[in-house]
Design a protein around this ligand. Structure first.
Ligand SMILES: Cc1ncc(C[n+]2csc(CCOP(=O)(O)OP(=O)(O)O)c2C)c(N)n1
Ligand SMILES: [Mg+2]
Length: 319
């Protein structure tokens, strides 16, 4: 891969990390309301995956969506403003942390109901099939979502109707406080694709280049064969399930062990081995710091949504 593209991926991973660290502080200061789920530790997953898509490929995800939004090209300003519930936010301040979206960037949200967006992904792909194009719909979800009925219905239909969906399970090994092997009959989520005769793969999600390569292959598979594929990406969230999780279900030793595989640290080392200088990487870090300061200023200075906007966009206008 060209150096510029690699540096762009490094920039995006650092941007996600810093935006969320700042977001956590603002949450604790009472400036962000509702639920907020951090992506810290999982940055290599969406960064490698979305770097492998064509802009015409659609992306849809669950509520752990800040990183996905940034990777899809939403600015730190609109993501931060949405976190603060401001009118300038990605969803005009009416979505909040779990409902970032921008269809102009082919980012179809941000969905809070576990598994609820999987049938929507099948629907997006069915629309593309009707339109006669070969766009791929990339649908990301957690390990916990694979125990939900929607997962099975959506996978079954996608294979039966030859829909171009790349199903991406971000296996961070817990659904809230429940470990995968306490909730799932099979420990490898990829096995669930077998029941639907669906091709599948499993990849290390702490190494962004491995994620990129596996995603590129999977997207090409879906596009050229006109059939779905399930990619399981092994990862770990360094923070709690959401803000305010007391984390009694996992040992600190386990968290520490995973933190040694910090995806940003791994990628930085990889870049240094390719002779990218520290100065260049530090320059990217500094650019991100500056961008986050400006995003907070932008969000804080932005207006609240108007009271009467509350009822807008609830239903689509019929033409
Ligand atoms: C239908 C439904 N049931 C329960 C919940 C509450 N809930 C929110 S997140 C979550 C765990 C999902 O875990 P996973 O799919 O692994 O995603 P992760 O949070 O690990 O990214 C649950 C049970 C919900 N939002 N929707
Ligand atoms: Mg999970």
């Amino acid at each position: 891969m060209e150096k510029d593209k690699q540096l762009q991926m490094y920039y995006e991973m650092v941007l996600i990390r810093r935006l969320e660290e700042r977001g956590a502080e603002l949450y604790q200061a009472g400036k962000i309301g509702g639920f907020m789920h951090l992506y810290i530790g999982q940055e290599a997953v969406s960064t490698g995956l979305i770097a492998a898509r064509e802009p015409r490929d659609r992306v849809i995800t669950a509520y752990r969506d800040h990183g996905v939004a940034l990777n899809c090209g939403l600015s730190a300003n609109v993501v931060m403003a949405e976190l603060l519930g401001k009118a300038t936010g990605a969803s005009k301040g009416r979505g909040g942390s779990m409902h970032m979206a921008d269809t102009s960037k082919n980012f179809w949200g941000g969905h809070a109901i576990v598994g609820g967006h999987l049938p929507i992904a099948s629907g997006l792909a069915l629309g593309d099939q009707y339109a006669g194009n070969d766009n791929v719909t990339i649908c990301m979800f957690g390990d916990g979502a694979t125990n939900i009925g929607y997962f099975h219905e959506a996978l079954n239909l996608s294979k039966t109707w030859n829909l171009r969906v790349l199903w991406v399970c971000e296996n961070n090994q817990y659904g809230m406080g429940t470990a995968v092997d306490r909730a799932s009959a099979v420990s490898q989520i990829r096995q669930k694709a077998e029941g639907y005769g669906m091709a599948n793969d499993r990849v290390d999600g702490m190494d962004v280049m491995k994620v990129y390569e596996a995603s590129k292959k999977a997207i090409e598979y879906v596009r050229t064969n006109s059939e779905p594929f399930l990619l399981e990406i092994m990862t770990y969230r360094f923070r709690g399930h959401s803000m305010g999780d007391p984390e009694r279900y996992r040992k600190q030793d386990e968290v520490k062990k995973w933190e040694e595989s910090d995806p940003i640290g791994i990628f930085r080392k990889n870049l240094e081995q390719q002779k990218v200088s520290d100065a260049e990487l530090d320059g990217i870090d500094a650019r991100v710091e500056d961008e986050i300061v400006k995003a907070v200023e932008f969000a804080e200075a932005s207006p609240e949504p108007g009271m009467y906007d509350l009822f807008k966009d609830v239903y689509a206008d019929a033409d």
